[in-house]
Design a binder for this molecule. Structure first.
Ligand code: BDR
Ligand code: CA
Length: 317
């Protein structure tokens, strides 16, 4: 039986890879895609998402535009990572698909309540749409199997030294999601930064005859030009796609259920604090300990196994 899934995206090079994987994997049933501002401005995210669904040869999957900005702050697109168009300038053909006339929160509510089995939400972007959904329609929580979040870190950050981009972009939204009654799974930078496709494979895909392979190779090969005088660097990370891979091969990851909270103030704003202690701390023994959410966190990954799953599913192995 396939897993009913809704993707929440800010497409985004690696969101694009995640969408391609999700619609191509036979054990995943993509019910819809909701878009949010993040890697690129909202209108660009919607357009990129529709074009990638074309490239995937996907059926008519509903796509909706959601929040154009975080709950409190202004949007801060990461164009230095994903390019001005969010897709590294890949220039996909224009699409005839259209976004739904209703917004993301309404689409999410309808898809979740109309489906006959609990739905898995996969958040590959700032969690603004999901926070608005849970606050506006709390009755959906009981129909959500779990929320798989690409976000946060138990170690290093990327947007700041300690904060991961998706959580940093909308920390209040991430806190609302983590503190909700819905079971959450965190696919953070600890594993995100490890699953990559070899440079030679990406180059041969980019130069090959297969249309989908050329799209994947070009996205993987997009180089990060941090500044004019810094040389370009190949990363080849499948990024968000790894979070979707974890749905169908959970045993490729080592996870632990740990207490997590989102830091909202100071330099640490947007950091996910993860309590990795094996013993009770002083604050627990002496009272006054705050509430932390219990989250299943991916702490280690068999990276070659996930990379192989990704390529095989797209017929590029
Ligand atoms: C996350 O931020 C974006 O750059 C990627 O699409 C991913 O969702 C990684 O921090
Ligand atoms: Ca993303």
């Amino acid at each position: 039986m396939s897993i009913p899934v809704i993707l929440d995206v800010d497409t985004g090079i690696d969101d694009a890879l995640a969408i391609l994987f999700a619609v191509r994997h036979p054990a995943i049933d993509v019910l819809g895609v909701s878009c949010v501002a993040g890697n690129a401005p909202l209108a660009q995210v919607v357009d990129n998402t529709l074009r990638i669904l074309d490239a995937a040869g996907a059926p008519e999957i509903p796509v909706a535009a959601g929040a154009a900005r975080p709950l409190l702050e202004n949007p801060r697109a990461s164009s230095h990572v994903h390019g001005a168009d969010g897709l590294g300038g890949i220039s996909l053909p224009p699409t005839r698909r259209r976004a739904e006339s209703v917004g993301a929160v309404e689409l999410l509510r309808r898809l979740i309540l109309d489906h006959d089995a609990p739905v898995t939400l996969v958040a590959l972007a700032p969690q603004t749409n999901l926070a608005l959904l849970l606050r506006t329609y709390p009755e959906v929580a009981g129909r959500i199997e779990r929320i798989v979040v690409m976000g946060g870190s138990a170690s290093v950050g990327n947007a700041t030294a300690v904060a991961e981009f998706n959580v940093w972009h909308d920390p209040e939204a991430a806190a609302i999601v983590l503190d909700s009654d819905v079971r959450t799974y965190m696919y953070g930078l600890d594993v995100f930064n490890r699953v990559a496709i070899d440079h030679d494979v990406a180059v041969s895909l980019e130069r090959g005859d297969d249309a989908l392979g050329r799209v994947v190779g070009t996205l993987l090969g997009h180089r990060i030009q941090l500044s004019a005088d810094e040389s370009a660097e190949y990363t080849g990370l499948i990024g968000d796609a790894g979070a979707v891979c974890s749905l169908v091969d959970p045993l490729a990851l080592r996870t632990e259920v740990r207490p997590v909270r989102v830091e909202l103030a100071g330099y640490g704003r947007g950091q996910t604090l993860v309590d990795l202690r094996r013993f009770p701390g002083e604050e627990m023994l002496h009272g006054g300990a705050d509430e932390w959410a219990n989250v299943e966190i991916a702490l280690d990954v068999d990276a070659p196994r996930i990379a192989r799953l990704f390529l095989d599913t797209l017929g590029l192995g």
